[in-house]
Design a protein around this ligand. Structure first.
Ligand code: SAH
Length: 395
């Protein structure tokens, strides 16, 4: 192993690393030896001088993101190997050269052993979102490795990290193509077409993580009147239309999202009178939907990004779900989600259960939903399991 600055943890603070949890919180640090700058690799040791791991150092509550639990020197081949393993898994899962679906998550941060790095694959274009300064410093190397591993499958790499990198860091990131140029922006998911705007869209441009849950909506949509609340680019709506819904209303606070939804509907179901999209605030819209719908999808943005907004977030989930329970038609189906990493599964359930209780309706759980296989969960890092959902039958 090459020479790195060294962090020694306080006594007793080594347990989570010994169980391969890849984060070191700043409060666990006893002492730093050597010159340590943000983004550097740093070796982490226990109070008894046992080597625990090597990771990227960052200023903030998560001080180190571990990239290796063994003593290695992370050179080009080290990173290439990690990318290769992520790509091989996607191949085994059937995502590569799939005629129906050409959009998937290629690298899911901790889930793929690369904390701080997310890469989504859009029909030849890889869109990178980097969360740590350490990963940002090696981005060119990562691009080189992506090109070598993916070969002709890769046409371009777009770096979209300005919003995800720590804003206080001493770097000046810009969103741009690091390889290739803007090409095809239409992607396929289970045969449905979507225009993806990775330059100005939210996240990497598309919420890939709801793929399987959207497919489930298709199965329940026959003859139903559907509300797709927080529709963004309309994903759930087309699946509902494909599944034979009577009508589909897509609602989002962003006018831009509504335009994208209408465009995407036209691509898949030109001139279909069943669909209407409205730009409106969810809390307002849900005030008065009476018994208009018998399939409602609630897929809000992460109401809590940090632990300190947890209480407020849970109140938010409770409020919107109460409105849905109170007004959904008898025999209705509610798909309700939380994508906040800091909201644990049981907390989200409690919020939904309280909402059901307030409405007084009889409610059964039909499905418990999670993120799809291309967003694998690192078994030692429960936080990488962030998407949770319930499908509920409301009498
Ligand atoms: N269901 C979507 C992803 C939803 S992302 C999909 O499958 O792709 C969350 C969306 O909620 C964003 O598009 C955002 O514009 C919208 N949003 C945020 N706050 C809102 C509010 N108060 N009312 C309505 N929409 C809101």
């Amino acid at each position: 192993m090459a020479e790195f600055a060294k962090i020694v943890l306080k006594s007793g603070k080594d347990q989570s690393l010994k169980r391969f949890h890849p984060w070191v919180f700043s409060g666990a640090i006893k002492k730093v030896y050597g010159n340590l700058n943000e983004g550097d690799l740093v070796a982490v040791y226990s109070n008894k001088d046992e080597f625990l791991g090597l990771g990227h150092y960052q200023i903030g509550s998560i001080a180190v993101r571990i990239v290796s639990f063994t003593q290695v020197t992370p050179d080009y081949n080290f990173w290439k190997n990690k990318i290769e393993r992520a790509w091989n898994l996607r191949k085994k899962l059937g995502f590569v050269q799939n005629p129906e679906t050409n959009v998937f998550r290629l690298i899911h941060a901790e889930g793929d052993g690369m904390p701080g790095l997310v890469v989504d694959f859009y029909n030849g274009t890889a869109v990178m979102q980097i969360h740590s300064v350490g990963m940002y410093f090696i981005r060119e190397e990562l691009v080189k490795a992506l090109r070598e591993v993916l070969g002709e499958h890769l046409k371009a790499v777009y770096d979209k990290s300005t919003k995800t990198l720590p804003y206080k860091a001493d770097i000046e990131p810009t969103d741009k193509f690091l390889f290739g140029e803007k090409g095809e922006t239409e992607v396929l998911e289970y045969g449905l077409k979507f225009k993806v705007d990775w330059e100005s869209g939210q996240k990497t441009g598309f919420f890939i993580d709801q793929r399987e849950n959207r497919l489930l909506v298709e199965k329940y949509a026959q003859n139903r009147d559907v509300l797709n609340m927080f529709c963004y680019t309309g994903g759930f709506s087309f699946y509902a239309m494909k599944g034979g819904a009577n009508l589909v209303h897509s609602v989002d606070a962003s006018a831009k999202a509504i335009d994208l939804t209408n465009e995407n509907v036209e691509l898949n179901f030109p001139n279909d009178p069943r669909h209407k999209a409205f730009a409106a605030d969810a809390f307002e819209y849900l005030k008065d939907i009476q018994d208009k719908y018998d399939l409602i999808i609630l897929d809000p943005p992460a109401f809590a990004k940090h632990r300190n907004s947890l209480h407020q977030a849970l109140q938010g989930y409770k409020r919107i779900n109460t409105r849905a329970f109170e007004q959904i038609r008898s025999g209705g189906i509610l798909f309700t989600f939380s994508c906040s990493q800091v909201v644990a599964k049981d907390k989200f359930r409690e919020a939904v259960f309280s909402a059901a209780a307030i409405s007084g309706r009889t409610v059964r759980i039909l499905h418990q939903l999670v993120q799809p296989v291309d967003h694998p969960v690192n078994i030692y890092h429960p936080e990488s399991e962030y998407l949770k959902g319930l499908v509920l039958y409301v009498e």
